[in-house]
Ligand binder design. Structure first.
Ligand code: FAD
Length: 441
């Protein structure tokens, strides 16, 4: 039922989308979740975010926050509640070129951030998919194409402006509220609505982009070769590996990004990757502007098009048994997608207690997904060989948040501090009362 709108604040005029509004069909769902919210609110400024939040709270409607709508849990929409959609808050501004300080609003997509910063010779390490929103990624982590050189996106956040559950606007930085800054950097979704971030960018223009396909065996040796190379490789090299069955053969698709354009450096970083596996099947090498890796062609409205179930785990150093377990998962009959991402490097320069992302000694992230009609039970079966092997998890690739996921994402003292701070900034749990969209695993 559509809530009573007669007392809507004037600043939200034209920005309240009900189910009978023609815009509703394009706004009700996300990339990963389909739902029927009662309303979608489209604020265009911080004061309008405050008005939107008050509007929902005054009517006792559950609230969910959406930036880019690519959260894998699909929780940026929900049946019967209010979605505060920040897509109109999408400005990107260089505040100080010398200090490389950039202000980005939460509703911007990373493709647009990349394009806006390219003329300045700057980039913010973010993700591999330009369609993701700034808000969800920069409150959770941010494992991008330059992660081993740049660190996580949250590692470079210097300040954030946040609308709290009671409608106050707070500034989180080292001087004003270091606790809030700590929580925003990794556990921001439970703090409030982060409207904008100040982030230190890095100097980067062109990068080397290499795609390699190799045939591999089931024994896990290829994954060990990859992990061994990454353990000693320059930080300028960041890679991902996807394992696919191709008939009776197994193929590893390796994507490598090398910061800079020095050909000697590129060759030294990438050549050992060509020796992985039993046979080189394909190789593509090019130099490209960094922002071109965050392509825009897939900027489309969310319609639940990627409604899978996803989980992940971090590994400290890959053992033979880890590699065997990953290969066992990858070859399961559920046909999962298994992806490995190199982390480490600059990520591990940050002390474990400095942000709400405490995983600072691991080198590899393993991500497993299954897609409809397969759901959570099938994902559990796929993950079974890896359960118990991993050391922590990343919230960005977990589609089923809950106590078990929380304990892996925020282990030990980090979890206690996250809970304490969420309760301090949002005592009524406004931002934790989430109903999943339909179609989740
Ligand atoms: C196809 C795909 C590729 C991905 N690739 C990467 C990758 O390369 N690297 C990586 O690190 N992650 C990656 N992810 C995971 C991604 O980081 C998270 O899903 C992230 O939450 C997406 O941000 P969003 O703004 O689009 O999400 P949304 O769906 O808009 O939001 C997700 C959740 O974040 C919270 N949130 C959103 N905006 C705000 C805000 N402004 N203030 C406070 N809380 C907020 C809310 O709780 C919301 O439910 C990928 C996900 C997908 C689906």
């Amino acid at each position: 039922m559509t809530p009573h709108l007669s007392a809507a604040p004037p600043e939200l005029e034209g920005k309240i989308v009900t189910p009978v509004d023609p815009r509703y069909l394009l706004l009700r769902s996300t990339h990963t979740g389909v739902a029927e919210p009662a309303l979608v609110l489209l604020p265009e400024s911080t004061t309008e975010v405050v008005a939107a939040l008050r509007f929902a709270r005054d009517r006792d409607l559950p609230v969910t926050v959406r930036s880019g709508g690519h959260g894998v849990s699909g929780h940026a929409t929900h049946d019967g509640g209010v979605v505060i959609d920040l897509s109109a808050l999408n400005r990107v501004e260089v505040l100080d070129r010398r200090k490389r300080l950039v202000r980005v609003q939460a509703g911007a997509r990373w493709a647009a951030v990349g394009q806006s910063l390219a003329p300045y010779g700057l980039a913010i390490g973010s993700d591999d998919h330009g369609d993701l929103g700034v808000g969800g990624l920069a409150t959770g982590g941010g494992i991008g194409w330059l992660v081993r050189d740049y660190g996580l996106t949250i590692d470079r956040i210097r300040a954030a402006d946040v609308v709290l559950a009671d409608g106050t606007i707070a500034r989180a930085d080292a001087e004003h509220d270091p606790d809030m800054l700590w929580a925003v950097r990794g556990a921001g979704a439970g703090v409030g609505i982060v409207v904008e971030f100040e982030i230190e960018a890095m100097e980067v223009c062109d990068v080397g982009y290499v795609q390699i396909a190799v045939e591999i065996k089931r024994d896990g040796r290829a994954l060990r070769q990859w992990a061994d190379h990454m353990a000693s490789a320059t930080r300028g090299l960041t890679t991902t590996v996807s394992v696919q069955s191709c008939g009776s053969a197994l193929v590893a698709s390796i994507t490598a990004v090398v910061a800079g354009t020095d050909r000697h450096h590129l060759r030294a970083a990438v050549e050992p990757l060509l020796l992985i596996g039993t046979r080189l099947l394909d190789l593509n090498v090019r130099l490209t502007p960094y922002h071109a890796l965050l392509a825009t062609p897939h900027l489309y409205p969310g319609s639940g098009q990627q409604a899978g179930a996803t989980t992940n785990g971090l590994l400290r150093a890959m053992t033979d048994d880890d590699a065997t377990a990953i290969m066992a998962a990858a070859t399961m009959p559920q046909q999962p997608s298994i992806q490995l991402r190199s982390v480490g490097g600059a990520v591990n320069d940050v002390p474990a207690g400095a942000t709400a992302y405490p995983h600072r000694h691991q080198d590899t992230l393993v991500i497993a997904s299954v897609f409809p009609p397969r759901r959570g039970a099938e994902l559990d079966a796929v993950w079974q060989p890896l359960a118990g092997r991993s050391d922590g998890a990343y919230g960005g690739f977990e589609s089923r948040p809950g106590p078990d996921a929380f304990a892996r994402i925020y282990p030990g003292a980090t979890g206690q501090r996250v809970t304490r701070l969420w309760n301090r900034y949002d005592p009524d749990g406004v931002f934790r009362r989430k109903e999943p969209g339909r179609g989740r695993g």
